[in-house]
Write a protein that binds this ligand. Sequence first.
Ligand code: ATP
Length: 610
Amino acid sequence: MKRKLDQNDEPAPGENAVGDEKISHHAGGQIELSFSDFDLDPRLLQALAKQKFRKPTLVQQKAIPLALDMKDVLAKAKTGSGKTAAYVLPILQSILQRKRTSTDKLVAALILVPTRELADQVLKVVGEFAAYCFNEIRAVNLADKQSDTVQRALLSGAPDIVVSTPTKALANVQSGALSPDKLSYLVLDEADLVMSYGYEDDLQKIAQVIPTSTQKMLTSATLSSEVDSLKGLFCRNPMMLDLEEPDEEGEGVAQYYTKCGEDEKFILAYIIMKLKLIKGKCIIFVSDVDRCYRLKLFFEQFGIRSCVLNSQLPVNSRIHVVEEFNRNVYDIIIASDEHEVIGDEDSPQAEKNGDEDGADRKKETGKSRPKKKRKTSRRDKEYGVSRGIDFRNVAYVFNFDLPTSSRSYTHRIGRTARAGRNGMALSFVVPKDLYRKHPPTTTETAEDDEKVLSKIIKHQEKKGKEMKPYTFDMAQVNNFRYRANDALRAVTKVAIREARTRELRQELIKSEKLKRHFEENPTELRHLRHDGELRAARTQPHLKHVPDYLLPKDGRKALTSEEIGYVSLRKHDAKDRKGRVFRKGGKGRGTKGARRSDPLKSFKMKSKGK
Ligand SMILES: Nc1ncnc2c1ncn2[C@@H]1O[C@H](COP(=O)(O)OP(=O)(O)OP(=O)(O)O)[C@@H](O)[C@H]1O
């Protein structure tokens, strides 16, 4: 029997979620292909070897042959499974092939993405794969904020590949700077988001000028109800891939949630970060820009350094933060997941298009998010880091504020456990009774956390994943309450406003410098750190150290999860070569010495400040 999917439904593994013609695939029993089976240009194989891509991932094994066979492809595969290479490699292959016999200059591929940071990332991936093609491939990014003149200059001479957001692409098509007449490839990366990001009108106009012969590739980790609109707009009979693959070496993302009050979120975050209960790099998602600064200033009180990412920051700074994080310069990023709000504000079609941030939330909770007043501050509509961004070696994702939909949850936790690694996700959930007691000082409402949680649990179960409760021992946690509240009191609204202004000013200066001067001196970029103290809040130096009396009796030796909470977690190994990413160990897996333990238990506590 065919199950009816609502827009928020993420289909169960192998379920025919993306349409009737689709083929569902599972990894089990498939013959494994290697990159050399694809008959790729040797220069591409060389680039793959340089990047240490030993074998194609499942989505690459399935999509690349179809794409090389000139088929339209609609691919749904999990986060971090290598969808970018699945469309970039066939594009490069076809361009190189054409260039063997033709000297025509034309834009061969248009890659549409929802955000500027993703456009930047995709351009870099293209550059990496084209590294040995010398001057044969030219790719440009139109998503950056550039004048029309600069964009026209970029497009003059017909680059082979154009990466853009739909709005920028359409503007250039309409001005005549970008000619889609001879386009061989059109890609929609994060296709469901592109469809529901206020871009539908742009996409419709683009669809009208794309030749019917253009081959289309549409990808996302979450595609369901958008499929019909996408098919209607772009490709009527695509090959549909719905790929579910087992996590390679263990559990993928180990998922936990903790029910707590709004004020307790801060205490727990302080304890987890300061006592390093979970080791490694992390991304903390909050619901809006103010929350970014509230948490950053709160952490600052304890000497915990963090970077923020939000739509107010200049795009250069945002991209730089991600790059530096990936080079292990920073450990903590506090990111606002704002497209949910922007979806509401800027996209009247959000509901129509199945935007979980609008329509699905309504479905889940029975009510729409209250309309927010438009902030006077400048926000970048094309900001977004929960989708597609390839954060490297993220040990855990921390949903300080629960997302408002299961789809958003899937993408957020997909920032860890990428490319076959393991990771962990911890989400704070404010139960209704606690919400009423201490409503959050955020523009978002947490009142529906529990409803969203049950939806998330349901969707994860369909995929064979489990989201487990984790209960902290609040008696132990309460020892830290006074200090946490003291720090929180210093983070006033005025302090947050000042911090926002100060950071924006600093980042604008850095951004300009980044753009002009540091292009020529890339090594100097390192000096422009983004995790400096904002010092907008009252400073209390004593808070930077954790006094011994707050710790359990043998606290200086180690704090175990039994002491801070009871162990209701599934056994989970947390170790990799650098001690950064949780990996499932075990006999014969080369994880000598890896101890089977839960995420908190395995970490020693540090009683001194950073
Ligand atoms: N065949 C491969 N072998 C090893 N690593 C790979 C392979 N393919 C991709 N990767 C790496 O996996 C990571 C994730 O790839 P990518 O960003 O393309 O995932 P994605 O499926 O697009 O994720 P998302 O759904 O979050 O956008 C990248 O760091 C990439 O370099």
